[in-house]
Design a protein around this ligand. Structure first.
Ligand SMILES: C[S@@+](CC[C@H](N)C(=O)[O-])C[C@H]1O[C@@H](n2cnc3c(N)ncnc32)[C@H](O)[C@@H]1O
Length: 559
């Protein structure tokens, strides 16, 4: 059903505009703004607020590391007096590698300069025409818009591209790359993250596992948030001065054009699930019909929701059970009816195997349902040691959201405790635990900052595993200090930003000054058992990291 305009929060107030903990499709980080290095103060790290967290895992820092490493590996013979091309000029760039931000990094053909050009939508081995829009001579980095491929890389296969907006829209970077190539590249992102941001010696970092792929490489995204900007001068339509700007025509509705602050009109997005794509078409029609009611820009919500119906019940009355707009998926003994919700406060339901999760449609939940059975099964397999006498009985799920890990892992533990800063997520988690038949001992939840967790723990550290799944910025120092002091037997760290994950794991493994975790001398009490990536967002440069840590056995005192 189409929502009314009242259900669509305007850009200024829509809480889920770009949640920090979610990989955005409409990404301002990926727009030109992030490369202005306007946040110079933070470029060298997190040091303003923390003495131990040396990075903020931003695109800028990641890119600078990649540029430095590329220049080192190329060891070019250069002429320091070589002039850089004029801004807005078109140049030929040979792409040498893909950076961890998903952009190609290359060198200007025929130039004697060692300036590295960052060009999106390119593959290593491509020669491309690119239009330069920014030079940063100090960091030897220039930004350029992709114009065209002049000599294709052997890795490029343009027949794979499924979206007419690809190479303009900022959502996807890799549609021209075969999926196994994308997965191999994402493994290098994880490898480089631990090399560059963990501050650990190589011998403490195990071989990074292969990136685990998504069963769906298109049609996977269960949530999209296209937006449109207001009419010209609409920022002044604030109600206080009585001015209400109106649209003269339907504005572009979609996602940011790469390297700009302009919205691209996106009629359809093939990484969305069929229900979300149908919802997009309906919402576009509705906005056009209700244009007179809008005086500002808005972000639209498209969130898939599932109704699960036993086959027999569905067969008996398919016409009455079925929403006419629903996408019907036959799952053998049951039918999943998938619809698209547009009201952020309405409840969406999602299934992972037989676990059911309900959430307000506008709140956080993982965006690729197809990979969640594989992902949660991996965590179930790795969260406990393989030895049968490990004695671990309790789970703490820090940054629990609406209970994804607490609930899917609960049967492995006597008790589980989840904590999240969002009271709405905790309300959903409590409801979800009940929905999945868990008692309040099996799964208990607290709404608080994660660092408040340690005052509430009653379980013995040697019998406890802590799961961590923080937002992109990672954990804060207070949380990490308390975690080390508590000293659980195992830690499983899931993250949508492998750079801050590497930083935090580096602190847990490398040790924290002032926290004696049993070893003293700043040496950490944890070792890394395994690290690998999961591809939650095929066709994009994002990778989710999973690191499993175990507490080291106490050392015998020296004789
Ligand atoms: C990446 S989400 C993970 C949620 C959940 N594990 C899941 O996969 O559905 C991060 C969660 O951290 C929560 N969060 C952010 N800052 C927090 C803090 N300081 N303390 C506790 N939770 C926080 C957010 O509300 C969000 O639910």
């Amino acid at each position: 059903m189409a929502s009314s305009a009242a259900n669509v929060a305007p850009i200024e107030s829509f809480g889920e505009k770009r949640p920090a903990d979610e990989t955005p499709l409409r990404s301002e980080e990926e727009s030109r703004g992030s490369y202005r290095f306007k946040n110079k103060r933070m470029r060298k790290g997190h040091g303003e607020t923390s003495t131990i967290l040396k990075t903020n895992g931003s695109n800028e820092e990641v890119l600078l590391e990649d540029v430095k490493a590329l220049l080192k590996s190329l060891s070019l013979e250069t002429d320091a007096s070589a002039k850089l091309p004029e801004l807005k000029s078109e140049v030929e760039i040979t792409i040498k590698e893909l950076s961890s931000t998903g952009d190609g990094l290359g060198i200007q053909e025929g130039s004697t300069s060692d300036q590295v050009y960052v060009v999106p939508f390119t593959a290593p081995g491509d020669t491309v025409t690119a239009k330069v829009f920014k030079h940063d001579q100090k960091d030897k980095l220039s930004m350029a818009d992709f114009i065209k491929v002049t000599k294709p890389s052997p890795h490029r296969d343009d027949s794979l591209v499924k979206c007419p907006y690809f190479a303009s829209c900022s959502g996807c970077q890799f549609q021209m790359l075969p999926y196994d190539y994308q997965l191999a590249h994402k493994k290098t992102i994880v490898e480089k993250a631990y090399k560059n941001f963990s501050q650990l010696p190589p011998e403490l970092i195990p071989a990074i596992g292969d990136t685990i792929g998504s069963p769906l490489q298109y049609g996977y995204r269960t949530k999209l948030t296209p937006h449109f900007d207001g009419p010209p001068d609409s920022r002044r339509s604030d109600g206080r001065n009585g001015i209400k700007r109106s649209f003269k025509e339907v504005p572009p509705i979609g996602f940011m054009k790469k390297n700009t602050r302009t919205t691209l009109d996106i009629e359809d997005c093939p990484i969305g699930t069929p229900a979300v794509r149908a919802g997009n078409a309906r919402e576009r029609t509705r906005v056009a019909a209700e244009l007179a009611t809008y005086h500002k820009g808005a972000t639209l919500l498209l969130r898939e929701s599932t109704t699960r119906i036993p086959k027999a019940a569905y067969s008996a009355s398919p016409s009455t059970e079925q929403d006419p707009d629903a996408v019907v998926e036959d799952r053998g003994d049951h039918i999943d009816l998938k619809t698209c919700i547009t009201n952020p406060n309405a409840t969406s339901t999602e299934y992972i195997d037989s676990f059911a999760f309900t959430n307000p449609a506008g709140s956080f939940f993982q965006n690729n349902n197809s990979i969640l059975p594989r992902f949660t099964s991996y965590i179930r397999t790795h969260i406990l040691p393989t030895t049968p006498d490990h004695g671990i009985k309790h789970l703490i799920d820090a940054y629990s959201g609406s209970g994804l890990f607490t609930i899917t892992l609960s049967s492995l533990f006597q008790s589980s405790l989840g904590i999240d800063i969002s009271p709405a997520s905790i309300a959903s988690a409590t409801k979800n635990a009940e929905l999945n038949g868990l008692t309040s001992t099996q799964a208990r939840f607290i709404a608080a900052d994660a660092s408040a967790l340690f005052a509430n723990i009653t379980t013995d550290a040697a019998e406890t595993v802590v799961m961590i799944d923080p937002p992109r910025k990672g954990c804060d120092e207070s949380f990490l200090r308390q975690l080390v002091r508590y000293g659980p037997a195992r830690i499983v760290y899931v993250s949508c930003n492998v750079h801050t994950q590497a930083r935090d794991v580096g602190v847990l493994v490398g040790g924290m000054k002032g926290v004696d975790g049993g070893f003293g001398g700043g040496e950490g009490c944890y070792e890394i058992e395994s690290i690998c990536g999961f591809d939650f967002f095929p066709q994009t440069g994002h990778v989710e990291g999973v690191a499993v840590l175990r507490r080291k056995a106490p050392q015998e005192p020296a004789e």
